[in-house]
Design a protein around this ligand. Sequence first.
Ligand code: PHE
Length: 339
Amino acid sequence: MKEQLEKIRQAAAHALDAVETGEALEAVRVRFLGKKGELTAVLRGMGALTPEERPVIGQLANEARTYIEGKIEEKKAAVAAKKREAKLANEVIDVTVPGRRKPVGRLHPLHQVLNEITDIFTGMGFSVAEGPDIETDYYNFEALNIPSDHPARDTQDTFYINDNIILRTQTSPVQIRVMEHTKPPIRMIAPGRVFRSDAVDATHSPVFHQIEGLVIDKGITMADLKGTLEAVVKGLYGPDAKIRLRPHHFPFTEPSAEVDVSCFACGGKGCGMCKGEGWIEILGAGMVHPKVLKVGGIDPEVYSGFAFGLGLERIAMFKYGIDDLRLFFENDLRFLRQF
Ligand code: PHE
């Protein structure tokens, strides 16, 4: 029995030497120390020993058990350390590998031009106002002195939601909304979407953008309008840009003008961009009609003002030399990435 115990001890030591994993280790433990294990089997056989032999063999068996248990603990620690090492080796991060760049978006070209124009106006003390895209007939037409038989009301131009509610065809209704709740002096711009029932082509879209402007104070004249627009155009197109006012008619301004800017491509000589004109129309403007001031709750005997409405797409097209309006709305990344 003594020899048997010694053999088991050696066999266990040998088996443990080969162990590499936690599972293999557990198998060895079961093989030697488990209920049906080899050492357990020997201990069971102790009943057949004489009373003198029993304590001697018992002690040897206990020693063998302690020895094997100790070995197993040692091995367990070694296996765990090895596992940890392998895991760490796997997790090594090479901090010198170049990072992957995340694609960064950018502002739409219309938004860039809008920001530029907004900066110019806020720099001159203007605030920025907003009005609803869905308007009432009153704000879009009636309050702006557009009588019910005016051609601008033609269903050709206007999207009607019902008899009274429409998609605004211009940003001018914001003039009325601002006058209603602001005491002069007023200096504001109101950028936004406008809608007209036009077929899509290179220069027309049923949705486009305008920037409305309104200045009201005591003693405002046409000279203030011209000076303001001149400053804006120079800010946008450079110090050599000039403007020209042509007589026009809008129901809500009197007198009214259309405003041209000298062609930035040829400087006024005439080229393909300006169709040989040397000038490009960019906005409508005029002195706010006394009737409109009254509707807005402002006394035309005390105050006067000017207003203008500029087309954002047109300005962006001439600024960047874009010849087709549709490009702004198609969202082709090859186009958008150029700005
Ligand atoms: N609302 C006019 C248009 O859409 C432009 C305009 C605005 C003209 C303000 C005069 C004053 O054509």
